[in-house]
Ligand binder design. Structure first.
Ligand code: SF4
Length: 292
């Protein structure tokens, strides 16, 4: 049996940077240290941070003291102002790539353009981007919502950094039909695009594929959807304990991929679990390799 791990799997630059910032802040600051929202969409990592004294709060109104860390997704200018009003110490771990998208949105808003953001309405990054759009932005999640938009003379379209490229292209194609002058900014970050491409390639090479990551992680869910379109035996698991004998039945080549918030330990645990299930039933040795 062969296990192939997708290239570029595991934590992305922005999430790694935010995690390091949180750990460093905890070491250097006295008193309460909290992140505004979960730092990454991964329950195990969040539990680990909590054990080390970095809690997570959902709302600015829920905190009165200490240091607040803004996660890689960034926040709206209103949230920045609310934190300032409370005189809390703020450590901004917004991913620099997301920061650039926020600046782009603010510039387009100053130019009075309608800004279509291809993203998930509930996702914190999209909510932050909307906040930078001064009321000129709107989020579309699918082609149906795009089809319902009116004709405009000028419009700009961009994407949440972790958006599915396939969907973004479809939305752009649909907007061309209903905009006289359309500006297109492909703001899907390079790490997301590479991850989506390598996962779809892996889905064509293996017989079963495990996407490892938190169920609330939007980019991990998209990887699952992309792989599932190619390979019906794609499984979305949060941890290695969810891998069963039935999922592996008859498969000789097995793929593993993970989202931007999946730590390397979760991938290693999935490899070990697959080997544990496989080896008692076979005299053959399993081989683990990274995707070429
Ligand atoms: S997915 Fe890309 S833009 Fe988003 S946090 Fe990671 S590196 Fe930054």
């Amino acid at each position: 049996m062969e296990i192939i791990i997708a290239k570029n799997t595991g934590l992305c630059y922005g999430v790694k940077r935010a995690l390091k910032t949180a750990q460093k802040t905890r070491r250097l600051r006295q008193g309460k240290v909290s992140t505004l929202g979960d730092l990454i969409h991964n329950p195990q990592v969040i539990a680990d941070l909590e054990a080390k004294g970095v809690g997570s709060i959902e709302d600015v109104n829920d905190i009165e003291e200490g240091t607040v860390i803004i996660r890689s997704h960034g926040v709206s200018p209103e949230i920045h102002k609310a934190l300032k009003r409370k005189k809390l110490e703020v450590i901004d771990a917004t991913c620099p790539i997301v920061q650039k998208i926020q600046e782009l949105v603010a510039r387009l808003a100053r130019e009075n353009k309608e800004i279509v953001i291809v993203g998930n309405k509930e996702h914190p990054e999209s909510q932050g981007l909307i906040g930078h759009s001064r009321g000129r932005g709107l989020i579309v999640e699918n082609e149906t919502q795009t089809a319902a938009l009116a004709f405009k003379r000028k419009r700009a379209v961009l994407a949440q950094s972790t958006q599915d490229l396939h969907l973004f292209k479809k939305v752009v194609a649909s907007l061309i039909e209903k905009t006289e002058e359309l500006q297109v900014f492909n703001t899907i970050c390079r790490s997301t695009q590479t991850r989506q491409r390598t996962t779809s390639e892996l889905a064509t090479q293996v017989e079963a594929l495990f996407i490892v990551g938190g169920k609330n992680s939007s980019n991990t869910r998209k990887l699952y959807q992309i792989s599932k379109r190619i390979l019906p035996r794609t499984y979305f698991i949060e941890n290695a304990g969810q891998i069963t004998t039935e999922m592996l039945r008859g498969a000789r080549t097995i793929g593993i991929s993970g989202g931007a918030s999946t730590p390397p330990e979760a991938i290693e645990a999935a490899v070990e679990k697959i080997q544990q299930i496989f080896e008692p039933h076979s005299r053959e040795e399993s081989r683990v390799q990274c995707q070429k």
